[in-house]
Design a protein around this ligand. Sequence first.
Ligand SMILES: Cc1cc2nc3c(=O)[nH]c(=O)nc-3n(C[C@H](O)[C@H](O)[C@H](O)COP(=O)(O)OP(=O)(O)OC[C@H]3O[C@@H](n4cnc5c(N)ncnc54)[C@H](O)[C@@H]3O)c2cc1C
Length: 709
Amino acid sequence: MPVTSHNLDVSFNKFSFSTFYYSEFPFRNPKQSVEFRQFPRINCAKKVKRTGKLRYPSEKKKLRQQKQTKTDASTRLEGVWRISRLAVSVQDDPGKDFWDVSEALLREIAKILEFPVASMLPPEAFTVVRKSFDARKLQKEPKFVYTVDVDVQKLLHIEPRTWEFISELEPKIGCIEFLHHASSSGDLMSIIRNDQKINETATSGEVVPSNDVAGSDKFSPTRKPRVVVVGSGPSGLFASLVLAEVGADVTLIERGEAVEQRGRDIGALIVRRLLQVESNFCFGEGGAGTWSDGKLVTRTGRNNSSVLSVLNTLVHFGAPRSILIDGKPHLGTDRLIPLLKNFRQYLQELGVNIRFGMRVDDLVVNGEHVGGVKISDSRGSFNSSFQKLECDAIVLAVGHSARDTYQMLLSHNVNVAQKDFAVGLRIEHPQQLINDIQYSGLANEVLSGRGKIPVADYQLAEYVNGTDMGILSNMEPVTRSCYSFCMCPGGQVVLTSTDPSELCINGMSFSRRSSRWANAALVATVSSKDFDTLSLNGPLAGVEFQRIFERKAAMMGGGNFVVPVQTVTDFLDNRLSVTSVPPSSYRLGVMPANLHELFPHHITEALQRAISMFDEELPGFISSSALLHGVETRTSSPVQITRRSDTWESTSLKGLYPVGEGAGYAGGIVSAAVDGMHAGFAVARNLGLYDGSMDSVLGKAQNVGFAKY
Ligand SMILES: Cc1cc2nc3c(=O)[nH]c(=O)nc-3n(C[C@H](O)[C@H](O)[C@H](O)COP(=O)(O)OP(=O)(O)OC[C@H]3O[C@@H](n4cnc5c(N)ncnc54)[C@H](O)[C@@H]3O)c2cc1C
């Protein structure tokens, strides 16, 4: 009787599970070799098999690893078996907030092990390493999908009768994998301290003399290298953490306020329309991602050692452990704020001097080397009474909205280049509509974030070919990537302007994602060709491009931070048919406007086509209750502050380390944190505080210039 479940094809050859369950349990004695041909055979779903050259690179890599892995009897009883694609139905699963091994999951594990009585498997021998909710339409029904590690020694110790089942387990690409040891990664602090211990042991208990490391001869034993970190976003915080841990004298300068005061400033903005230009949704402790959905997804990959160490560090500072398991982890503003307070306290205990409300206005440059910064009180008037801070290195982690800082860099001839980014609008639907589209009959299980299944999200991307662009804008027809990003299920649209004459928006949510709305950016990529059409050139052409549409949006909204909106149906028809629009989560008011006239025609057309394509993927996406908000311009940095790949210093100014999103090397909370962390090690290496041994633990740094989260 073949039974087909999600992606497991279970065939009970000649043998019925239930018969087996109630009959005497014929365990195999480890010492005896007993034939068990009647055991149910469980195979992974039959996929189209790729062989030879047709295999994906990831499959080839896995095959190579498997060949290298000795799976002889003794080895396979020592290490860890990783079982993936274990699917549990919504009905049987305890739900999205349960991260342990449930009875239903044990049943799935038992099928893979061919172990006849699931209830006899000890849950403590298994660890859930990944849990995702898979509601893709190609499935018969949505399922929770697990990856589980089997601790073989623990399993055999508690239930010795599993011996022969384990000894017969064979690796299977994508489903069963043998690992010599469970991959473990700690938080950054313990990784650094372990590394320091190893170094100390290697030198027979003596601390490595600092002049053993290149560059360390610059500093006397009594003088710590001084580093100024500019910006307390994820990249600045992680750079500060690394540098303070390895012994640098770190000063962290942040133009915005600490989260307590920043919260009050954001409150004043939402309630009284008072925009503090230095303390808002972009500027302040934690950077741009503090009042956000706190999505912790990244293109760098979840199993990447650097990403794991960042996530473990967030757990150390108070994030729930579930972010290490959840296929789509997110924190929400309410969890980010206490986490940042703990982060701050830890840095201060390490001796980091954190100065909120201070802005870096200028650099002190000595020949080819940077020698310090000029800072001023950002609560006072611009350029009022500079203070000079001397230092040996500057980590510039200023984010994508520090336009004055970009300008200042140009005045010192620091190499800054244009960078492609994306612009568009933010779309908002009723969350119930998205739940219905994604989950159909299961939508009622969402219960505003309190239910069994996650509040539904989406991620859409299409390439759109332009047709009439050549005629209209004197450009060659182009293919643009149009995509949704920064989707905030159960969230709200927020104002991310840093200047009252400009208007730009983004999205945030709380951990429960319980609001009635679902919003996401819908954007199209833009490049120097687009800037050229508006006669914008020079390194900051992209910044000017953003500014033009932010000002236009502010005017279309009529001022006072009122956001211009248009229903999706009207936007597609290039008209404004309604004077009353569906409700919006945006707190400062919305005004119906001709958003189809906001961007140049070729961008509008690309967005319109993409929306039609998205509706094919998510039928119902085009709806009269879907409201487009203008304007989404700060998707990623419009510039790159170029840096050397060996030293991580600016290509034009020694001692200056451009990092994170503002420098064009990251996009999103996690990738910015990873970039800051690697930059911290690079600075430490160049200052002689560290010997470079960490690369083997954290892997090589990867740059992500585009935001996709
Ligand atoms: C509303 C919103 C929601 C978002 N949601 C998500 C999400 O869910 N998931 C995700 O991955 N990403 C999200 N992002 C993007 C994410 O926040 C950024 O990618 C990330 O914060 C970039 O980190 P960073 O350290 O490079 O820069 P930032 O976080 O921008 O930090 C830069 C800091 O530098 C400070 N600064 C700037 N200039 C100066 C100066 N001259 N002197 C002193 N200080 C200065 C700023 O005040 C700021 O605090 C969101 C962004 C916004 C605005």
